[in-house]
Design a binder for this molecule. Structure first.
Ligand SMILES: [Zn+2]
Length: 303
């Protein structure tokens, strides 16, 4: 009974964490929460005959029926909590797996611009691969930054990342070569959706990557442009991804870029504030905004 009680207590704690963290933690760490809840409830159901048999075989004050009542009460608490969790956070459905190609200029661009969306897409079972065009030597230590880009992608649970070696701050002179890199990825991966920098971005590298991706993705059905800290006031998103459950995952991924930790746009307050602002535009609590170059309904679907 002691071990059963301990197991139930652990199960209860797991569900409580899930509820307290808005479901994001439990979703990201337990791939199939439905299985977990089923096991918990099965154990709870088993607790009834076990505690009943103890009650019958060990009658007496302070045990027996008292334990039985405690067991049933625990079953009720766990069951109600589990139900509450599922009502608030039903399992995410992946009706149609989409391939998402995301292209950024520097190692931290993707996490900053659309880390919440990428984490959400990966969690929903979509395939996300990333291309980072440079090691970011100008803004920090290139070798560290490459490792941090890989760590960021792992944190977001992307399917893959390729860190290229184009020249930080000089990408405007390398557009032809960047087009070839993105074209190769498009031909091999055949993405349903491409995400990249906006034309309304005053960073010369971001703008160059935007141009290269537009050319490489000229036959791709859906292209959305994300919001970097360097976008101009003309950046005007009309497509939003609800990241209410993923703002913490975004901040965690951004914080993998320790090389850039001192930059003002890397702070959690700034990231949270920006997501709240876009969330207000999208009528939700936290969101990331994208400009739509073009969007095919079957490609975007319920993303
Ligand atoms: Zn950048």
């Amino acid at each position: 009974m002691f071990w059963l009680g301990l197991l139930l207590a652990c199960a209860f704690a797991t569900i409580t964490i899930g509820v307290a963290t808005q479901g994001a933690w439990i979703r990201r760490h337990l791939r199939s929460p439905l299985v977990v809840i089923t096991v918990i409830l099965a154990v709870c159901v088993l607790a009834i005959p076990v505690s009943l048999s103890i009650a019958v075989t060990q009658p007496g004050p302070g045990s027996g029926w008292t334990q039985y009542a405690a067991g049933v009460e625990m079953l009720a608490v766990v069951g109600i909590t589990g139900l509450f969790f599922y009502m608030r956070h039903p399992p995410l459905a992946t009706a149609h797996v989409r391939r998402v190609l995301v292209v950024g200029a520097h190692p931290d661009d993707l996490e900053l611009a659309c880390g919440g969306s990428l984490a959400r897409f990966a969690d929903e079972g979509h395939q996300v691969i990333a291309i980072v065009m440079s090691h970011g030597d100008k803004g920090g230590e290139g070798e560290n930054r490459e490792q941090e880009a890989i760590a960021g992608a792992e944190s977001l649970e992307l399917a893959g990342i390729s860190v290229q070696d184009f020249t930080d701050s000089k990408m405007a002179t390398e557009i032809e070569q960047m087009v070839k890199v993105v074209e190769l990825a498009v031909n091999l991966f055949k993405p349903d959706i491409i995400l990249t920098h906006s034309a309304h971005d005053q960073h010369q590298d971001h703008h160059a990557v935007h141009l290269a991706t537009m050319r490489a993705g000229r036959r791709s059905p859906t292209i959305l442009c994300f919001e970097s800290p360097s976008v101009t006031s003309e950046f005007s998103p009309s497509y939003f991804v609800d990241i209410s459950d993923y703002i913490d995952a975004k901040i965690a991924a951004v914080q993998r870029h320790k090389d850039q930790a001192g930059k003002p746009y890397m702070g959690s307050k700034v990231l949270r504030g920006a997501a709240v602002f876009r969330g207000g535009q999208a009528r939700t609590s936290h969101a990331e905004g994208f400009e739509v170059i073009r969007a095919l309904s079957s490609g975007v679907g319920d993303l």
